[in-house]
Design a protein around this ligand. Structure first.
Ligand SMILES: [Zn+2]
Length: 493
């Protein structure tokens, strides 16, 4: 057996344990009674340790150095590159640091649950200090090994090949036009007459409606299913994708579009190439590219007028409410393109969302690079929120830097992925329009030409290319924020 073959077999073994881990995780979120929690936690932790051991076995170094590059095909070289990347990420950070981060993270997160309600920055800051210190340590280790700045080394975990230099360029461009666009959209919206949902929308009916919409989006039910969880996600494995949503019986709007979003993630997974199943090269390219699929489904397809027309028809049928003005096409369309300035990122609409992401990106970049200290964050948050959306968070920590869980356990480096995803999605649409009549396909109810394009250009390519290569092959250019701007202007002005 060649060293390349040994590596391939080894990564397939790792993948089988990861398969089991992901199903246990889905079950814990969607099915498990609360009494199962402790034993499940132990089982999953044991599995994580085992996967980590497999991922860092000493003989891997010998196999990697023993591979004869010259004997490999282009695709095998790509597979080797991705296995190596996975190995580097697993071995870079020493186990005692990972352990310390896990302890500090759960302590900070646990206390945050009550501290947030009490707006207790002083209490939070004491725990968070340790989380930030340890994340900086991790960033330093990664930075030295990868030859990147500390923040870029963290970014590399989620967006390989993306640098803060390119993000700075993309985002500073957005900052020159976004605030004015938001104001104009709000002005235009003043004259519209939105009827908000005010009935009761049973969860069972919402689910039946969601399943209809998933059929329209050609979700493969032989290789996946829809369930409920507190925090919606897309999990499982490509041959068995598990998506979840959360139903609010007073309002169907969010859950329905949430299903469209998760279906986008799911179809990417279901469309990954079988030839590389179980190998790093057969996985999704990056978090930003994953989000580009869910956001293509949600923003480019789901909120478009022809698709909302399907939603209108299907929801009138599902709720047996053919005369209810809430479900009228024009009203639903307004509900799905409503702009509102708010404090909370997860509640933000398509237009104000990038403002939340850019604010966090700038703060976390400077925090990890040591340009600012963690105690500077609330004031910077307030300053940037005022500049971006004209709202102040002074003294309002719970709706400012303490609003969500991500920074509390040291998840730095992945916020930019959301806006990168939205930008990629707009760029695909611009390119796809040249060969596919997108609106006509949506109107006809047969969206296959759209999915074929995504399959050919993105899904089937998995991680065979770098992100820049993938996007250039698909659209003829690297990421260009102009497409995103044009999309937003067309929709909101
Ligand atoms: Zn998503």
């Amino acid at each position: 057996m060649s060293d390349y073959d040994k590596l391939t077999a080894h990564y397939q073994t790792i993948n089988r344990f990861a398969h089991a881990q992901s199903m246990l995780g889905w079950d814990a979120a969607a099915n498990m009674p609360s009494g199962g929690n402790d034993a499940r936690g132990d089982a999953m932790a044991e599995l994580s340790v085992h996967i980590h051991r497999l991922s860092t076995q000493p003989q891997l170094a010998d196999w990697f150095s023993g591979v004869e590059q010259a004997a490999l095909t282009t695709e095998q070289k790509a597979s080797l590159r991705e296995m190596k990347r996975s190995w580097q990420h697993a071995t870079l950070v020493p186990e005692d640091l990972v352990q310390a981060q896990s302890v500090a993270g759960s302590k900070c997160e646990h206390a945050w649950r009550t501290q947030r309600q009490e707006n207790d920055w002083v209490g939070f800051e004491k725990n968070w200090k340790e989380v930030v210190t340890l994340s900086r340590e991790e960033a330093k280790i990664r930075s030295e090994a990868l030859g990147l700045t500390p923040y870029d080394a963290m970014l590399d975990k989620f967006e390989p090949g993306t640098s803060s230099e390119s993000l700075n360029t993309l985002f500073s461009d957005v900052k020159t036009w976004l605030p004015e666009l938001i104001e104009k959209a709000l002005d235009k919206q003043k004259s519209s007459n939105i009827i908000m949902p005010s009935g009761t929308y049973p969860a069972e009916t919402q689910k039946a409606l969601g399943l209809e919409v998933m059929k329209l989006l050609k979700f493969d039910f032989d290789h996946g299913r829809l369930d409920q969880s507190v925090h919606p996600f897309c999990g499982g494995v490509p041959t068995d994708v598990r998506i979840t949503t959360r139903y609010d019986e007073q309002d169907f709007v969010q859950a329905l579009m949430g299903i469209v979003h998760e279906t986008g993630h799911a179809r990417y997974e279901q469309g990954l190439p079988k030839a590389y199943a179980g190998l790093p090269v057969g996985e999704a390219r990056s978090m930003g590219i994953h989000e580009s699929q869910s956001l293509f489904f949600e923003m480019q397809v789901g909120r478009s007028k022809p698709f909302v027309s399907h939603l209108s028809r299907l929801s009138k049928d599902a709720f047996n409410a053919h005369q209810d003005p809430v479900f009228a096409e024009e009203n639903l369309s307004q509900l799905y393109t409503r702009v509102e300035k708010g404090f909370i990122r997860v509640d933000a609409d398509e237009l104000t969302y990038p403002a939340h992401v850019i604010l966090r990106y700038e703060i976390e970049r400077d925090l990890i690079n040591g340009v600012i200290e963690h105690t500077d964050v609330p004031e910077l948050w307030d300053e940037k929120m005022k500049a971006a959306l004209g709202i102040s968070t002074k003294g309002n920590y719970k709706n400012g830097c303490m609003q969500d869980i991500h920074w509390t356990d040291g998840a730095f480096g992945y916020f930019p992925s959301y806006t990168l995803g939205a930008m990629y999605a707009a760029q695909y649409k611009a390119k796809m329009t040249q060969t596919v009549d997108i609106d006509a396909a949506i109107q006809s109810g047969d969206l296959s030409p759209i999915f074929q394009w995504l399959s050919d250009n993105i899904w089937s390519q998995a991680s065979l290319h770098t992100t820049d290569e993938l996007v250039t092959r698909a659209t003829g250019e690297v990421l260009n924020a102009a497409h995103f701007r044009k999309h937003l202007e067309q929709r909101y002005l």
